[in-house]
Design a protein around this ligand. Structure first.
Ligand SMILES: Cc1cc2nc3c(=O)[nH]c(=O)nc-3n(C[C@H](O)[C@H](O)[C@H](O)COP(=O)(O)OP(=O)(O)OC[C@H]3O[C@@H](n4cnc5c(N)ncnc54)[C@H](O)[C@@H]3O)c2cc1C
Length: 275
């Protein structure tokens, strides 16, 4: 839609060019969310594309993803064979509602900053133990764990004017075995539940990440492979009923059912692969 309150679009060559923040400013990434609903309080868009950050930088330590990296570029990333968990990139990039329509424009950082329960870039980066670098206006950069960034439906720790600069995925997480499960009520619909399990090769640990079913990501860690009963008990203990999300894409009861169902499938899959 047209945003008829916008009077200026800034195209800075460096983030520091926007030294002072004022009401009415908004960072513009792919624009797929910004242009999908009225932004009556916004009069100035600050286009992040002009910053020209390199999208993906792989090293022995892991992968650095610029917040401005288009989702389609992450989808096409050719990961080295020692990063089997990178198979999750493709699975998560294809987990948007109407994926093919938005993924060429939408960015990884834009999806994270919208902070919806069904944000697949949130699911991915939390499951792969990512950290986010945040650039506040007029203060030193800070780092937060991906798992701590989203605090609720459409709510995060991002402060006024703060910029998500990049996402770092450690090589240790990319080297893990991974299992992915997702449900949506409609073909190419929004996720009702998206669960990811990861396990260190040659070790007995299991990390289950629950997203979309819950208002914010929930991670459950096991030092040793849990039994089906242990897994069930931990999910009940760590996800109170009121934390299951409720919208047209699924009732809390349905999402709770999917969470238990998929977590058990993941437990069985990763335990089976370890034998
Ligand atoms: C058809 C359709 C389907 C969609 N399906 C889904 C879905 O399944 N799941 C889902 O989660 N969302 C979905 N969305 C919502 C949205 O399009 C996506 O979340 C998308 O990833 C947003 O990315 P963007 O780059 O377009 O962000 P933009 O729209 O440019 O920005 C989104 C918000 O984040 C802020 N922002 C962007 N980048 C940064 C940054 N680096 N630092 C700080 N703030 C920043 C912007 O100011 C704005 O408030 C959908 C939207 C449409 C139109």
């Amino acid at each position: 839609m047209n945003l008829n309150t916008i009077t200026e679009v800034k195209r800075p060559s460096a983030a520091e060019d926007i030294a002072a923040w004022r009401d009415g400013y908004a960072w513009l990434a792919g624009g797929t969310w910004l242009f999908s609903e009225p932004q009556v309080a916004t009069d100035t868009l600050i286009d992040l594309e002009s910053l020209q950050w390199p999208a993906l930088q792989a090293s022995r330590d892991g992968l650095e993803i610029a917040a401005t990296c288009p989702v389609v570029e992450l989808d096409r990333f050719g990961a080295p064979p020692e990063w089997p968990a990178a198979a999750l990139f493709r699975a998560c990039c294809r987990s948007f509602l109407a994926s093919f329509k938005i993924w060429t424009a939408a960015t990884v950082g834009g999806n994270i900053c919208v902070a919806l329960p069904a944000g697949p870039m949130i699911s991915l980066t939390v499951a792969l133990e990512g950290t986010y670098t945040l650039w506040p206006r007029g203060a030193a950069p800070r780092t937060v764990r991906a798992a701590d960034f989203v605090t609720g439906d459409h709510a995060s720790v991002l402060r006024r004017g703060e910029l998500l600069r990049s996402i770092r995925l450690p090589a240790s997480a990319l080297a893990k075995r991974a299992a992915f499960r997702r449900a949506s009520l409609t073909h190419l619909g929004r996720s009702a539940a998206l669960l990811i399990g990861t396990a260190t090769p040659g070790a007995a640990d299991l990390l289950i990440t629950v997203t979309a079913a819950t208002v914010r990501p929930v991670q459950i860690h096991f030092e040793r492979p849990p039994s089906a009963g242990e897994l069930r008990r931990r999910i009940v203990d760590e996800i109170p009923d009121e934390d299951y999300f409720d919208d047209v894409h699924g009732s809390p009861a349905y999402r709770r059912h999917l969470t238990h169902h998929y977590a058990e499938q993941i437990r069985a899959e990763l335990a089976g692969a370890a034998r």
